[in-house]
Design a protein around this ligand. Structure first.
Ligand SMILES: *Cc1c(COP(=O)(O)O)cnc(C)c1O
Length: 229
């Protein structure tokens, strides 16, 4: 199957899942996760109409963004080390994985120097998985309050990666909990007057479930580009 065909199938499945639960497919953004695939694969996807991509590794993303950054947008979705924060601030349109106050402060400082602002998501370790990064749910409010003080950062929502299991249904309660957490934080005024709070959740195996639970951003790699080796 070609990338173009896979994309078309994925978008059709996103629309089906949305319509099944009474949502507007337009409210769900597809981030095509291109990690470990070359710039030529991204180009193929661009030619098929996909204009938003996700990358996990700064070094690997740099070349791709240099080549293609003026034709599409990139979200950073990997674990961000503090010593890579400056490059990330330079390269990416959105960072989805802000998961600690120190990283937020460093990004803010670099963005100030670069003279730009950035939309970010806060990564939440909603399943309390010791192998995953992300802020504990009960500490998310504190992180959001700290980021409120940082002028260059605008938090547009929450992101999560539930613990890995074989059954995609296992992810459902985690997706639901992320939505409930976001609603709670919104009621406390932590997303300002934003009309839409983004929920980035769901990957190739479970994005249909994430959409049923309120995802506004799904991050899909394998189903579009194929297996990674
Ligand atoms: C790799 C990755 C994805 C995509 O996973 P697939 O199973 O290939 O769809 C989504 N989100 C994050 C954070 C990832 O690292």
């Amino acid at each position: 199957m070609s990338i173009a065909q896979n994309l078309q199938d994925t978008l059709a499945r996103i629309a089906d899942a949305a319509i099944r639960c009474g949502r507007d497919p337009k409210d769900i953004q597809l981030v095509a996760v291109s990690k470990r695939f070359p710039a030529t694969a991204i180009e193929e996807a661009i030619e098929a109409g996909q204009l938003l991509f996700g990358e996990n590794y700064i070094q690997e993303a740099a070349g791709k963004i240099e080549t293609l950054g003026d034709r599409c947008r990139f979200h950073f979705i990997g674990h961000l080390q503090s010593n890579k924060a400056r490059t990330a601030a330079q390269l990416f349109d959105v960072i989805e994985t802000v998961d600690r106050p120190k990283l937020a402060r460093m990004l803010n400082k670099h963005l100030q120097e670069l003279g730009r602002t950035m939309q970010v998501l806060v990564q939440v370790n909603i399943g309390e998985d010791e192998h995953k990064s992300g802020m504990a749910a009960e500490e998310t409010e504190t992180l959001l309050r700290a980021i409120e003080e940082l002028e260059q950062l605008e938090v547009i929502g929450l992101m999560t990666m539930p613990p890995f299991t074989d059954d995609p249904e296992d992810a459902r309660p985690h997706f639901r909990n992320l939505r409930l957490l976001a609603e709670d934080l919104r009621e406390k005024g932590l997303f300002g007057d934003r009309e839409k709070v983004e929920l980035s959740m769901g990957m190739s195996s479970d994005y249909h479930i994430a959409i049923e639970e309120g995802a506004t951003i799904v991050r899909v790699g394998t189903a579009i580009f194929g297996e990674r080796y």
